[in-house]
Design a protein around this ligand. Sequence first.
Ligand code: SF4
Length: 449
Amino acid sequence: MKKPRLLLINPWIYDFAAHDYWAKPLGLLYIASWLRANGCHVDFIDCLNVHHPQMAFEPHIKHATRRANGTGKFYRQRIPKPAFFTHIPRHYYRYGLTYRLFWEELNKLPPPDVILITSGMTYWYPGVFAVIHFCKQKWPQVPITLGGIYATLCYEHACQYSQADFVVKGPAETTLPSLLEQLTGIKLEYTPKMEYDPDLPYPAFDLLPQIDYVCILTSRGCPFRCEYCASRLLFSTFYQRPPQDVFKEIIFWHTQYGIKEFAFYDDALLVNAETHAVPLFNMIIKSKINVHFHTPNGLHARFITPKVAKIMFQAGVKTVRLGLETASPKRHDQKLTREEFIQAVHYLHEVGFTPSQIGSYILIGLPGQAKAEVKETIVFAQKLGITPRLAEYSPIPGTKLWPEALQCSQYDLANEPLTHNNSILPCAHSSLSWEDIKELKKIWHISCT
Ligand code: SF4
């Protein structure tokens, strides 16, 4: 029986700011790999492709400068702001390919049987809608399925407005096989398990035009329940892969594709460190491979012991991001104390990490959060000799903090996901002014993440 031809698309980002900070559509690349394992033909278009040979010649485009560690800027084109953002003193952009080149990419392909589109931040949905619009124009008869973070967290909005034929919420393993069977008449022989699955093929990074770095998941989900975070809404349980299995994957990418830069995408890399991260890093050290690791999702400072810090350094960790969030004791739950944080930074410094390698995410714009609290946290981080990195709070439907966010925001968060945009600090209008934010950024010369 003829196997289906599937087109997978990573859409544009529409935002005030976006950086390729080890940002790849890992979920979609995993889906691509298990669909290929079923014999499906998979085509892939990445609207955020920074290596498209013609992008450098497109007019009115800001160029995508890149760094040696694989991160950098996306191409971007300034576009008009949505009407209710006119008072925001920042420009608005579409990040990624021009419409013209995207259309050319579609024209290169034969008609697929099904189109699968992923989605990221809830407030990036205009990029998703634009992709759906183009695909509908090109192949009106081909069914379009929308999944991913926006589709999961704003399911009703996506069903009502996206024009996708099918919107799926939650992990693809639970929804996609039966939907594809319904659409193509073909039953997939292999579908990944929801817990650790040794047969799950590695994500299909080979579909990218160039692999600058590989994102690694050593675990899935998070055992914690922070009040502002969507982790449990996207994947409700937590499991860890055997370290030997992760090590094999790293060796595979390094030897087969020459990859040197790896970004851990885990929410909780250092949980159960003695049986998980420690043996993994020890295997890396023993193998003597020359690779670099980055932890953009943040690490739990409380799990950094002298031993963990030492093997992280020896294994080649180059970017350490710690979740500090706020130094205010009144906001701290059992996840972290000030003392634990100070201790962790001390251990990292002792083994040789430099201040520029250690960054601490500091939340700004939490409901009711005053300037003084942010200032205090920045000063706290600076005194410890690490780099504060402001992470603007984005309200997320379904989180514990959502009702409070709804109450204090001047925007219609419940009905308009564009207003979840962290760049507008949607929950801070009564406690932080644009002047305050400018001052905070200027005084401490820090950049927002
Ligand atoms: S913020 Fe981090 S630690 Fe907290 S629930 Fe989310 S992923 Fe887990």
